[in-house]
Design a protein around this ligand. Structure first.
Ligand SMILES: [Zn+2]
Length: 61
């Protein structure tokens, strides 16, 4: 498996540069993505990320 979750891993706080975030809110969007609000544990900076959900593994054909 290759690292497909690069969004999650590459998240760095723009203020203090740390990578420790606490997800405070998760909201699925209608287009299939997930909006997550995260707060930096270090400085309290709030950021919002949009993540694409992996396609559901259902046999289409
Ligand atoms: Zn920070």
């Amino acid at each position: 498996m290759t690292s497909t979750r690069r969004n999650e891993r590459g998240l760095v706080c723009p203020r203090c540069g740390c990578r420790h975030f606490k997800t405070t809110h998760t909201e699925p969007l209608r287009d299939g993505r997930i909006r997550r609000r995260k707060t930096c544990r270090h400085c309290g900076r709030k950021i919002v990320t949009f993540e694409a959900t992996p396609a559901p593994a259902r046999p289409d054909r």
